[in-house]
Design a protein around this ligand. Structure first.
Ligand SMILES: [Zn+2]
Length: 542
């Protein structure tokens, strides 16, 4: 009986969390400092204070709680499943981008096996399709990286940019600012010509000067943007500049807008255990938070949610190498890191181009550190190449990692891992009527709030069931074949009498009797079950 009471009690707590009145607003901005543990907020705040820039972060007045970051089958999250849960309300596994997961022996909550691999509609898609809002994404990583993909594409494997990049392009975003010129394909560029997207590449002035009404993509760099601390401000925009510009363009739509902003590389610096770069990246993100909050408060009909997607690196202020924790001064804790003017990767790229006898002076110039002869030997004997995989920097013997070790040896910061961690992350929430999200919030509840505050008339699950129907159900009774002559982009052909429909994987443009038309949402092909997922209404065009 006691157990039953507890079950009822939990049931009503859950229901009340979901039925709480939230007043819908016109505009919604979701901001994700990727892989940012609470210690980074604290360190950034102290760093500012030590450097005479006040003791309050821009995000501070809006902190309202914490959010869980587990996957469907693991307590420690990853950007693909956790960002996808924020976007869709569906728990999923590592690797998954906005789809329903496979059942697994380690599932933490029941998984609906009948939906495995079905794309799950995102808050961005619903904002566009249901509310005719403008939609935008601002990131500092390459555009098909996990977090931007979570909101604008669907696939079981976050690493498959061939499946993700075209979907993001065919999503017909109003604004995309980020990295990845090298990922654009001829087909994507052709689509931009067709759908009236202005493509700006490596041209900050053109991005800031863009004021037309059409869609715009501005990309900087072959893949990601540089770390903010290494950024040339004349050529590459800050995340705050991109956010401000995106808001200015998106807010032209009288139906409102949805914008997702990601501080993508706080996570990468955490993977590398590069404390100075984590702090700098977070502070750059915090400037973007100010832009969003300033707009929201002035505009009066905008909600903002700021939430990381998982912890990373076990970062602490204080470490076992610095005894006497309560006697450590602000200077001892934040003096050295305040002299670091480049990321370890940025310093690496300079050192790698110089002779061994110049290393000591260069190191001193950019970090304030007089390295020892022993440290010099370690640097010289490093594997003298750039670690291509940012997730491996903390685990390898390359030059950047050895630089990080020297930088960290002069601080009292602690790291327990070069990977993600499973604790809750901080939540900040702003709503013009005070209907903020608060408490320790489950990631699915966060999505529920995003749906409510967007004023959606039907749930994301209902939208999923409209726009992601299996082709054999949508076209039951008709003749159809799947042409896999291009294995990356299979084509579904459906015929009825003289009429012929062709739908290409990862596109939103189909053809009827050779004539192209806009489907209204992206079509996803999953090779694991040989299934196209597409809108039910396509069967009615014959
Ligand atoms: Zn992440």
């Amino acid at each position: 009986m006691k157990k039953l009471n507890l079950v009822f009690c939990l049931y009503f707590i859950t229901i009340s969390a979901f039925t709480q009145e939230v007043k819908p607003v016109k505009n919604l901005i979701v901001m994700i400092p990727d892989g940012t543990s609470i210690g980074v907020y604290s360190a950034a705040r102290w760093y500012n204070y030590y450097n005479g820039k006040g003791d309050t972060l821009n995000v501070d007045p809006y902190l309202t709680g914490t959010v869980t970051t587990f996957s469907s089958n693991a307590p420690i999250g990853d950007s693909a499943p956790t960002g996808s849960t924020y976007a869709t309300g569906v728990l999923q596994q590592a690797g998954n981008v906005a789809i329903y997961p496979e059942p697994s022996a380690n599932d933490l909550y029941p998984v609906d096996a009948s939906r495995t691999y079905q794309p799950a509609a995102t808050i961005l898609e619903a904002s566009k399709i249901e509310k005719q809002k403008s939609v935008g994404i601002v990131v500092t990583c390459e555009f098909p990286h996990a977090t931007p993909a979570d909101f604008s594409s669907h696939y079981y494997n976050r690493g498959n940019y061939k499946a993700l990049a075209p979907q993001i392009a065919y999503q017909n975003l109003d604004v995309m600012f980020g990295g990845g010129t090298g990922i654009l394909t001829d087909d994507i560029k052709k689509h931009f010509t067709r759908n009236g997207t202005t493509l700006i590449q490596d041209d900050k002035e053109a991005m800031l000067g863009y004021n037309q009404d059409g869609k715009v993509w501005a990309l900087f760099g072959d893949r990601a943007l540089p770390y903010n601390i290494d950024r040339n401000p004349d050529k590459v925009p800050s995340i705050a500049e991109m956010t401000e510009k995106a808001i200015q363009l998106l807010s032209k739509n009288e139906n409102g807008f949805f914008l997702m902003v990601e501080g993508s590389q706080i996570d990468w610096a955490a993977h590398a255990n590069d404390a100075g770069t984590m702090i700098n990246e977070f502070l750059a993100f915090d400037e973007a938070v100010k832009k969003a909050m300033d707009f929201a408060k002035k505009e009066g009909n905008t909600a903002v949610v700021v939430v990381s997607d998982h912890g990373n690196s076990g970062f602490t202020i204080g470490s076992r190498d610095c005894p006497g924790y309560s006697r450590l001064s602000l200077e001892e804790l934040f003096g050295a890191v305040s002299n670091y003017q480049l990321s370890a990767n940025g310093l690496e790229s300079i050192l790698a181009k110089n002779k061994p006898e110049e290393i000591k002076a260069i190191f001193k110039k950019y970090t304030g550190i007089d390295i020892t002869d022993e440290e010099l030997q370690t640097l010289i004997s490093s594997k003298n190449y750039k670690e291509a995989d940012y997730m491996e920097v903390a685990n390898s013997n390359n030059l950047a990692h050895n630089i990080v070790n020297i930088l960290n040896s002069r601080t009292c910061f602690g790291f327990t891992t070069g990977g993600h961690t499973g604790e809750e992350v901080l939540l900040a929430s702003y709503h013009p009527e005070g209907d903020v999200l608060k408490g320790n919030v489950k990631s699915r509840e966060l999505n529920r709030y995003l749906q409510q505050v967007s004023g959606l008339s039907s749930s994301l699950e209902e939208l999923t069931d409209r726009i992601f129907v299996k082709h054999d159900e949508a076209f039951r009774g008709l003749n159809y074949t799947i042409d896999e002559s291009d294995p990356d982009f299979p084509v579904l052909r459906v015929t009825k009498g003289k009429n012929r429909l062709e739908v290409k994987a990862f596109s939103s443009v189909a053809t009827k009797n050779g004539k192209p038309f806009d489907i209204g949402s992206v079509v996803v092909y999953i090779d694991k079950n040989g299934t196209f997922y597409l809108p039910a209404h396509l069967s009615e065009i014959f």
